[in-house]
Design a protein around this ligand. Structure first.
Ligand SMILES: Nc1ncnc2c1ncn2[C@@H]1O[C@H](COP(=O)(O)OP(=O)(O)OP(=O)(O)O)[C@@H](O)[C@H]1O
Ligand SMILES: [Mg+2]
Length: 621
C-alpha cells in the first residue's frame, strides 16, 4: 500500500468507505497509461535508430562508408562565412519575441518532490478535501465513463501567506504520481505584444501533453490574482469619478483583461481533439459536405486530458467572478491559521528534523509553545524553530533549547533585542514598571499565563510582559477584560507608588487601555449603556473606528475616563498591599534582565513565602 492509500485508508476506515478498492483499480489505469507511453518511446527510439543503422551498414557494405568529421569549408570560406553568421544572428534577434513566448513553468517529476501527505500537518480539514479531489482525479475514467460525472478541473487554494498552499499542492502531485508544473503567475506577462496570451496557451498545452504521456498532470499557478484579477477592475473608481476612470485604468494596464480572457478560454479547452484527430476531422468535414445527413461520417471525439489546475492566492475576492464559476475553479479551499492542536502537530513535526535538547521533548513545554503561538502560520512556526537553532549555534551549542525558542519568538514578534545602556535610575524605573504589570497579571488575571518579563529594549518597547491565554479562546468575559485593563494600568500605578510620579513610559499602556475601554463601552455593552456605537454608519470609505466613535461624544469620553480611573485606583491599592511582590520581581529583573514563565512564578512564590503574613490580596479589593 503506498502513502496516499495508507493515509486515506486510515482516514476513511472508520466510515467504512472503500477508497482503497477504488484507488487500486484506477491508479492502475494511470500506471498503464504511463507504461504504454514508455513502451512507445522505446519503440520510437529503436525504429529511428534501426533506420540510421541500416543506412550506415548499407554504405559500409557498398565499400564507401560514411566519414565523420568537420565539413570542409573551402578556401573562400572567409568571404561568405561572416555574412552568413551575421544573417543568422539577425534572424535570432528577430525571433527573440517568439522565444519569449515559452511557458514559464518549472516541471517537477513526482520522485523529485520529496514530500507527501505525511509531511502536511495540522490542516486536516483541507487535506481531507484535497484527498477527495485527488481520488476523483485518479479515478477520472470511471467517474466520467461509468458514473457520468465531470471530474473537477480546478481548485483554488486561498489563505494567508505561509499557510501551506504551495506545500500541499506539491504533496498532491507526489501522491498522485504525476508530474507537477509550477508556474508563478507574475511570470506570464510579457513585454511583447500577444506573447502573454501565448505563454498561457503554451503552459496549458504542456500540461495536456504531459497528461497524455503520464496519465495526468497537475498545474499549479502561484499568486493567480496576478493574472486572474477582476476584469474592468475600475468599478469602484468609476463610481467615484464618474465612469471615465475605468477607461483610464484600462489604458494603464492593457494586458490584464487579455490574461483573464485567455485563462478562461484555456481552462475550458482541455477537451479539443489531438492534432491527428483534428486533421481527420478536417477531412471528415469536407467529405460530409458531399454526403446525405444520414450517411455522414462521425468525427473524432475530443481527447480528455486529465489535468488538474490548482490556483493559489492570498485574496480570492480580487479574482474575476468568471474564474470561480463551476467548471473552472469550482472549489475554493480556505487555508486557515492552524488551531492549537494543529500547531502542536506542526511543532512535533518540525522538531523531529531539528536538533533539540531532551528538555524540548517535554510534553508540557511543547503544549506551552503551541499555546503561545496563537496566530502563527506553519511557515512562521518553522521559522521560529530555525531561528532558535541559530540562537543555539551563536551560543556555541548544537541543539536548541526552550530558552532559544523564547528568544527566537520574541525577536520574531517584537524585534531583535537592542543592547542599550540605561542609567541606573531608568533601569530601576523600567524594572518597577514591568514588575507592576507582572504582579497585576499574577494577582488578577488567573486565566493568563505569564510568559516573558523583560527590560531589554526591543524596537519601541523598553521592557515588556508577554502573557497569553492558558487555553485557546475565542470570546472573553467582562471580568477578563477588566483584569486585562488592570494589568495594562499596573505599570503606571507601580511607577507612582515607588517613585511618587509616573514618566513617559505608560503612554502605550494608556493607549491600549483606552482602546479596550472604548470597545467595552461602545461595542460590547459593558458600560452604563447598551447603545452600540458600531451601529453608526457614516458612509463613505473612511469610517472612523470604534474608539473614535466613542470618544467623539462627551458622554462616551467621560464614561471611558471614569472606568479607566476607577480601575487604576483598584490596581494601585492592590499593588500597594503587595509591594513585596513588585520589589522581588524588580530586583530579579535588575539582576537578570529577562525572566521566563517558571522563573517569574518562582520569584513571586519565594517573595510570597518570605512574607507569610502578607498573603497576596487578589482582585476586587
Ligand atoms: N501544513 C504544513 N505542514 C508542514 N509544513 C508546512 C505546512 N504548511 C507550511 N509548511 C511549511 O511552510 C513553508 C511555506 O509554506 P508555503 O510555501 O506552502 O506557503 P504558501 O501558503 O504557499 O504561502 P504564499 O501565499 O506566500 O505563497 C513550506 O515550505 C513548509 O515547509
Ligand atoms: Mg505559495
Amino acid at each position: 500500500m503506498d502513502k496516499l492509500e495508507a493515509t486515506e485508508a486510515a482516514r476513511l476506515a472508520p466510515r467504512g468507505e472503500t477508497w482503497r478498492t477504488v484507488a487500486d483499480g484506477h491508479k492502475k489505469s494511470v500506471r498503464a497509461i504511463q507504461e504504454r507511453a514508455r513502451q512507445k518511446r522505446l519503440r520510437y527510439l529503436l525504429y529511428t535508430n534501426l533506420v540510421i543503422l541500416a543506412y550506415l551498414g548499407k554504405r559500409l557494405l557498398e565499400g564507401h562508408p560514411v566519414a565523420f568529421g568537420l565539413p570542409h569549408l573551402g578556401a573562400d570560406a572567409m568571404l561568405w562565412l561572416f555574412p552568413v553568421i551575421l544573417i543568422v544572428m539577425m534572424g535570432g534577434v528577430l525571433l527573440l519575441p517568439l522565444a519569449s513566448g515559452r511557458s514559464p513553468h518549472i516541471k517537477f517529476s513526482p520522485e523529485e518532490i520529496g514530500i507527501g501527505f505525511a509531511d502536511v500537518r495540522g490542516i486536516d480539514n483541507v487535506l481531507e478535501e484535497v484527498t477527495r479531489t485527488l481520488q476523483i482525479f485518479l479515478t477520472y475514467k470511471s467517474f466520467r465513463d461509468e458514473l457520468g460525472g465531470n471530474p473537477r478541473r480546478g481548485i483554488l487554494f486561498e489563505g494567508r501567506p505561509g499557510t501551506g498552499k504551495t506545500h500541499l499542492a506539491k504533496a498532491m502531485a507526489a501522491e498522485a504520481g504525476v508530474p507537477f508544473f509550477f508556474v508563478s503567475a507574475p511570470a506570464f506577462p510579457s513585454m511583447w505584444h500577444g506573447m502573454t496570451a501565448m505563454k498561457i496557451r503554451r503552459f496549458f498545452k504542456t500540461l495536456k501533453k504531459a497528461a497524455r504521456k503520464h496519465g495526468g498532470a497537475i498545474g499549479f499557478i502561484e499568486e493567480i490574482d496576478a493574472v486572474g484579477a477582476s476584469r474592468g477592475g475600475g468599478v469602484d473608481a468609476s463610481t467615484e469619478y464618474g465612469g471615465g476612470a475605468s477607461s483610464v485604468l484600462r489604458m494603464v494596464s492593457p494586458g490584464s483583461e487579455g490574461m483573464v480572457n485567455e485563462l478562461l478560454v484555456q481552462l475550458q479547452s482541455f477537451d479539443s481533439p489531438l492534432l491527428g484527430g483534428r486533421i481527420r476531422n478536417w477531412f471528415v468535414d469536407i467529405a460530409n459536405l458531399l454526403m446525405r445527413p444520414e450517411h455522414r461520417f462521425k468525427k473524432s471525439p475530443p481527447d480528455y486530458s486529465n489535468v488538474l489546475i490548482v490556483g493559489a492566492t492570498n485574496r480570492a475576492e480580487a479574482l474575476d467572478a468568471a474564474l470561480l464559476r463551476p467548471g473552472r475553479f469550482d472549489r475554493t479551499l480556505y487555508f486557515d491559521l492552524p488551531s492549537r492542536s494543529g500547531r502542536r502537530e506542526l511543532i512535533d513535526y518540525f522538531l523531529t528534523r531539528r536538533a533539540h535538547t531532551a528538555e524540548m521533548d517535554r510534553e508540557d513545554l511543547r503544549e506551552e509553545l503551541a499555546s503561545m503561538t496563537l496566530g502563527y502560520s506553519p511557515a512562521m512556526l518553522e521559522h521560529v524553530l530555525d531561528e532558535a537553532l541559530v540562537w543555539s549555534i551563536r551560543d556555541g551549542r548544537r541543539a536548541l533549547t526552550w530558552r532559544d525558542v523564547q528568544q527566537a519568538r520574541l525577536s520574531e514578534e517584537i524585534g531583535l533585542a537592542q543592547p542599550v545602556a540605561y542609567t541606573e535610575r531608568e533601569r530601576r524605573l523600567i524594572a518597577t514598571h514591568e514588575a507592576g504589570h507582572a504582579t497585576a497579571a499574577y494577582l488578577c488575571a488567573k486565566e493568563r499565563k505569564l510568559e516573558v518579563l523583560s527590560i531589554i529594549k526591543r524596537r519601541q518597547a523598553l521592557g515588556l510582559l508577554a502573557h497569553s491565554d492558558l487555553e485557546e479562546r475565542f470570546t472573553k468575559t467582562k471580568s477578563e477584560l477588566e483584569s486585562t485593563l488592570k494589568v495594562a494600568l499596573a505599570g503606571m500605578a507601580a511607577e507612582e507608588i515607588f517613585f511618587g510620579e509616573s514618566g513617559t513610559g505608560p503612554s502605550s499602556d494608556l493607549a491600549a487601555a483606552t482602546a479596550l475601554v472604548a470597545q467595552m463601552v461602545g461595542l460590547y455593552g459593558m458600560g452604563d449603556s447598551l447603545v452600540s456605537y458600531d451601529a453608526v454608519n457614516n458612509g463613505g470609505h473612511s469610517a472612523p473606528n470604534i474608539v473614535a466613535k466613542v470618544l467623539s461624544t462627551d458622554a462616551g469620553k467621560n464614561e471611558v475616563d471614569g472606568i479607566l480611573k476607577s480601575h487604576k485606583d483598584q490596581i494601585a491599592y492592590l499593588i500597594e498591599i503587595n509591594r513585596h511582590l513588585v520589589e522581588a520581581l524588580r530586583d530579579a529583573l535588575i539582576d537578570h534582565e529577562e525572566l521566563l514563565g517558571d522563573e517569574i512564578l518562582s520569584v513571586l512564590r519565594k517573595a510570597g513565602a518570605a512574607h507569610p503574613n502578607r498573603h497576596p490580596v487578589t482582585a476586587g479589593a
